[in-house]
Design a protein around this ligand. Structure first.
Ligand code: SAM
Length: 355
């Protein structure tokens, strides 16, 4: 098939579309995106008959910033009989690979609430039908393809598959994290999700562990610092505001009421830099560049706030600017970026100094 369906945050369809079109073109897969504003998904249609499969094969999902999840569309389902949707779906079974999971999905947000509840209920009989024909394994398997049924309403949708080694491991690309009741702000979940998206569990053990030094720019009231403290790190918290008393009592946090754009790390062996200051993206990018060139950190996680219209252009410009400045200064590095589930008008960026 020639299409892929990409999930994104409702309102970010244009960014998701521009990105997939650009990255596909770099792989010489040409096509056009179909966008419905606020739908929470984008359909990219290639001109070649196998372009959907080709993209799943060649385009690294981790490079997509605005897509939360994706799959190759194998069949479009329209006007399914409400009394027998399963037959309408199963007639396309031979187009799908043997799979380890079935995800019946939709867009995200309030207007999809009742459809998502239908998706959950419908999963049970559809899974049963797919297991009985051998299309799905008897028990769920993480390392096999996943079947996606994306419904736009209870009678219409798209059926396809994704590869487990080139896609999100979560239903609709959303990792459900529990808000820790003692964290000072909900934005703590952003940093928790960022660690999980950008570092494997082994990398987290090696590089985000107890005893490391970290600096948090724009730290108050301390939701991000909380995640570092929880991992046993010692944090310089930079902000003119008030830090949560519970964090200060841990003895792992030192608070400096100074400007984050002027602060330099107190410790020469500082490892992490995190930054959630509400500032212009190019200004934050310049600051991050300075920290890496000066050798003040080895890894960083920061937000680029995107209240402007040209969000995709701004993100591309900032990441190109960061990468070329670091290369020019001889700093070997890796950059990853994602529009996380817990991000709103912003994206999260991860930078790692390579040995
Ligand atoms: N990450 C924090 C948390 O999880 O609790 C929330 C940070 S809040 C979005 C942004 C913070 O950046 C504010 O507390 C603000 O005072 C701080 N800030 C903005 N500009 C700053 C600057 N130039 N220097 C230091 N802090 C700054």
């Amino acid at each position: 098939m020639n299409k892929v369906l990409l999930h994104c945050r409702p309102g970010f369809e244009k960014e998701c579309a521009a990105e997939v079109q650009e990255l596909a073109a770099e792989l010489e897969v040409y096509g056009f995106p179909r966008v419905i504003n606020n739908s929470g998904f984008v359909l990219f249609e290639g001109y070649g008959p196998e372009d959907g499969n080709l993209l799943m094969e060649k385009l690294n999902f981790a490079e997509l910033i605005f897509a939360r999840s994706w799959f190759v569309v194998q069949a479009e389902l329209s006007d399914m009989d409400p009394n027998d949707r399963i037959s309408a779906i199963m007639q396309h079974a031979e187009l799908l690979p043997k799979s380890g999971k079935l995800w019946v999905e939709s867009g995200e947000g309030d207007e999809y609430r009742s459809l998502l509840s239908f998706c959950r209920k419908f999963t049970v009989p559809l899974r049963q039908a797919m297991r009985s024909t051998g299309l799905l394994t008897k028990t769920e398997r993480d390392k096999m393809p996943r079947i996606h049924l994306f419904l736009t309403d209870s009678g219409n949708g798209y059926l396809g598959y994704s590869r487990s080694d080139n896609g999100s491991q979560y239903y609709m690309g959303i990792e459900r994290l529990k808000f820790p009741s003692d964290a000072p702000s909900r934005s703590t979940l952003k940093l928790d999700e960022a660690f999980s998206v950008f570092l494997t569990p082994e990398e987290q053990e090696q590089r985000a562990h107890s005893g490391l030094k970290a600096v948090d720019l724009g730290a108050c009231p301390g939701g991000w610092t909380y995640q570092l403290v929880r991992r046993g790190m010692f944090v310089e918290a930079i902000d003119n505001g008030e830090m949560a008393a519970s964090l200060m009592e841990t003895g792992q946090v030192t608070h400096y009421a100074v400007d984050g754009f002027k602060h330099e790390p107190i410790h020469s062996n500082n490892h992490w830099l995190i930054c959630d200051m509400i500032e212009k993206p190019d200004r934050v990018t310049g600051l991050m560049t300075r920290w890496f060139i000066n050798g003040w950190c080895n890894e960083a996680i920061f937000n680029l706030k995107l209240p402007m219209k040209q969000r995709y252009t701004m993100v591309s410009d900032c990441l190109n600017q960061l990468s070329s400045a670091l290369r020019h200064a001889g700093v070997r590095h890796e950059i990853k970026a994602k529009h996380l589930y817990h991000d709103r008008e912003e994206i999260t960026v991860y930078v790692h100094r390579r040995k």
